[in-house]
Design a binder for this molecule. Structure first.
Ligand code: ANZ
Length: 724
């Protein structure tokens, strides 16, 4: 009892960009495209349950996306924050991280800058550890688990504080190597660190500091942390921090290799043992103090573990022991930080779900009451991005101006929309109850269907979408809205079909294969069969028109075999191959080894072709196992054979194991020329196998009485004589 659904995740940049380019409303584009895709999917013969089709841009669907957002908000997991976003100065648009390729805008190829903006954020980091640990509850391939784990990127370390001379403020640092605390020769803050503006005023070089801060804010993280890039920074002259272990005073710097939103946004620098600190210290002539040594003489920086030196009472301890002791000594905390960041959930775009929040001067941010959902996108003429980085919705005053749900006074709607990842974070749940307008899905239905047993999709969604949807699902589980806390049990990966010659299909390269043309020229079944036959399912493989002709010929052979059916024919050799093929195809489908299943059927068809007449049952079994691969041809032949019901409602044939081996024959067993027993063996048994079987026989063993035979004579198909 399988639910095999389909739907359209249709909000987002590609549609919007295309709308701008063709001056057609995204709604119309979405409708046209989904109509085409639906027609194409049907013509290829996918067995989707079309009664459960969903579309994330449909207000009756995104009502629930907005509802989930409100629940996140109520639980404190959605919050607004001034954050640095990627800004394309040429397109005048804010971009998501995933829309920045190598520091450049995905749309126009110009360099992207950072810009500060108020953004809605989702606190996915609160779920980081569970998202990491619970991968164990899934049966995802290792490759998927590893990618998810790297993306979450937990890092175990300590947080500790350096006090600032003459100030009540303290600098909190995160380090994975607190064992190197005695080797700290300076402290570095990220240019965006909240203490910087205050400390800059205390410093004697305020103006220089300001200039450096402005410059680094424009740079992207990627650029700032690149290994080979020359480090830059500036000292906060006159500002001194105190090492909590030694009470030693060290200078305070700001440098853009320290990121604002990782750890605490500040580091204790140990140039003797950290690559980046070492390069920085060399450049700015800062002292380098060695505090960890191992047996082998190492050159600095030495980033490995060893025993402590120059570290007072901790000398002689191993790095591991010292970590614990020093954390205690300075009153630090053991902490796990994650590479994973909170999710920037705002887009200054038109084609997305409106974020259901209202801003009131008196009451601040107020959620739209659930009864007023969905907040629908207004129909606008102009959805072009604006010059000032505001959402195009900001100019739709009729829509923006509303009343505050709390005080009834005038208020304004949030004009940012959700990212394209929103609707796809829960769509699988909607399939279980697609028309429900009381709830996103009925509890009983959610319980009935349970987890997604098997999720197949492209590799590009392993980190972002898979992580986002696991996060939403865990949250829904926490508020009791879904019965389990992991959405998917299994995950498999489809390799993409590349264009002829092995490059990715793209319009600009002119190498796109349109399924409509392939179907017109060769048929839907050859297209299906070829895509499954071209190679292992999870690998990227280039399209090759010659090969589709090959599978088309195979189907033509299958078709011609109809004429050879003779119900009188009995052919044991065909029984063997039929049963073996049934078994192989069934097993291969389970492991998604479609290519080998098809080659097994090709071998079977070749054997059938060699015969003058073939038994009806062999041929019908072939049709049944081929039917999921080539549904149209098999159905048609099935009807030609006189059946009136569909082949797709037939029961899958069962492989008869006893008919998978060739006929049995009787071998006479002699010892020294006298008949002692008989042996039933498969007719095609090899000489070695026959001899081994004979020597294991009880009567033969008795006559051998533990001795080795002098000779074993084998007369094929007749007898074995053991000479003692
Ligand atoms: C002192 C130290 C000494 C460090 C040493 C390393 C080696 P992972 O493993 O990636 O988590 N760090 C901390 N916060 C940072 C930030 N916001 N931006 C850039 N670097 C930051 O790296 C943790 C290490 O990266 C921390 O441990 C800190 O440098 C640096 F011999 O502290 B370490």
């Amino acid at each position: 009892n399988v639910l095999f659904p389909i739907g359209w995740d249709a909000f987002g940049l590609p549609t919007e960009n295309y709308a701008i380019k063709t001056k057609t409303h995204p709604k119309i584009i979405t409708k046209n495209n989904t109509d085409t895709f639906r027609k194409q999917l049907k013509s290829v013969g996918f067995s989707f349950d079309w009664s459960r089709e969903v579309n994330t841009t449909d207000p009756s669907y995104y009502k629930w996306t907005q509802w989930i957002f409100l629940q996140l908000y109520k639980q404190g997991l959605a919050y607004k924050k001034r954050a640095l976003i990627n800004w394309c100065p040429s397109c005048k648009i804010g971009l998501a991280n995933e829309e920045v390729i190598d520091g450049k805008c995905e749309r126009c190829g110009n360099p992207v800058e950072k810009r500060e903006k108020e953004q809605w954020m989702l606190a996915i980091t609160k779920y980081a550890q569970r998202l990491y640990d619970d991968l164990d509850k899934t049966q995802f391939p290792d490759r998927v688990k590893i990618l998810q784990r790297n993306w979450i990127g937990p890092s175990n370390g300590s947080e500790l504080e350096f006090s600032i001379k003459g100030s009540v403020n303290k600098i909190r640092v995160f380090t994975t190597r607190i064992d190197t605390l005695f080797g700290v020769t300076y402290v570095v803050l990220a240019p965006e660190h909240p203490l910087v503006s205050g400390l800059a005023l205390d410093a004697t070089n305020t103006a220089e500091i300001e200039a450096y801060v402005q410059e680094s804010k424009r740079k992207l993280d990627l650029e700032r942390t690149a290994e080979d890039r020359e480090k830059t920074g500036i000292e906060l002259k006159g500002v001194r921090a105190t090492n909590p272990a030694t009470s030693e005073e060290v200078p305070v710097w700001i440098a853009d290799y320290v990121l604002a939103d990782y750890g605490t946004g500040a580091v204790m620098a140990v140039p003797a043992h950290d690559e980046r600190d070492h390069a920085f210290a060399k450049k700015y002539n800062l002292p380098i103090k060695e505090v960890v040594k191992n047996d082998k003489e190492e050159v600095l920086p030495f980033a490995g573990y060893g025993k402590l030196i120059n570290s007072g009472q901790f000398d002689g301890l191993t790095s591991e022991e010292a970590k614990k002791k020093i954390t205690e000594f300075v009153g630090g905390q053991t902490i796990t930080t994650y590479k994973l960041r909170d999710w920037v959930f705002s887009r200054q775009r038109y084609w997305g779900e409106p974020i259901p929040m209202i801003h009131c001067v008196k009451d601040g941010w107020v959620p739209v009451p659930e009864k007023d959902l969905p907040v629908t996108l207004p129909n606008v003429e102009n959805y072009l991005p604006t010059d000032n980085g505001e959402s195009p919705l900001a100019i739709v005053t009729d829509w923006v101006n509303t009343t505050c749900p709390v005080c009834g006074g005038p208020a304004k709607r949030e004009t940012d929309t959700m990212p394209n990842w929103a609707g796809s974070s829960w769509y699988f749940l909607r399939y279980m109850d697609p028309q429900n307008d009381e709830k996103f899905a009925d509890q009983d239905k959610l319980k009935y269907w349970g987890q997604v047993d098997w999720y197949n999709g492209g590799a590009e969604h392993i980190t972002l979408h898979l992580l986002y949807s696991r996060f939403w699902h865990k949250f829904l589980s926490d508020i009791g809205a879904v019965p389990q806390d992991e959405p998917y049990l299994r995950r498999s990966i489809t390799g993409i079909v590349l264009g002829e010659g092995g490059v990715k299909m793209s319009k600009s390269k002119g190498n796109v294969i349109n399924p409509d043309t392939v179907i017109q020229t060769y048929g839907a079944d050859p297209l299906r069969l070829y895509e499954m036959f071209m190679g292992p399912f999870d690998q990227a493989i280039a399209w090759d028109t010659k090969s589709i002709i090959g599978v088309r010929r195979f189907l033509e052979k299958v078709w011609r075999l109809q004429n050879k059916i003779n119900h009188e024919t009995k052919d044991p050799s065909l029984d063997i191959i039929t049963n073996k093929t049934i078994k192989k195809v069934g097993e291969d489908i389970e492991t998604m080894s479609f290519n080998t299943a098809i080659s097994a059927m090709m071998i079977m068809v070749n054997s059938l072709e060699e015969k003058d007449s073939i038994p009806g049952n062999s041929y019908e079994s072939l049709l049944k196992i081929l039917a999921p691969f080539a549904p149209f041809v098999c159905e048609e032949i099935w009807h030609n054979l006189g059946h009136i019901t569909s082949i797709h409602k037939e029961i899958w044939p069962v492989a008869d194991e006893s008919k998978m081996v060739s006929e049995q024959i009787k071998l006479v067993l002699q010892v020294n020329g006298k008949v002692r027993d008989t042996l039933i063996v498969p007719a095609n048994m090899s000489e070695d196998e026959a001899k081994t079987a004979a020597l294991k026989n009880e009567s033969v063993q008795k006559w051998l009485a533990g001795n080795q035979p002098k000779q074993v004579i084998y007369v094929p198909g007749r007898l074995i004589n053991v000479v003692t």
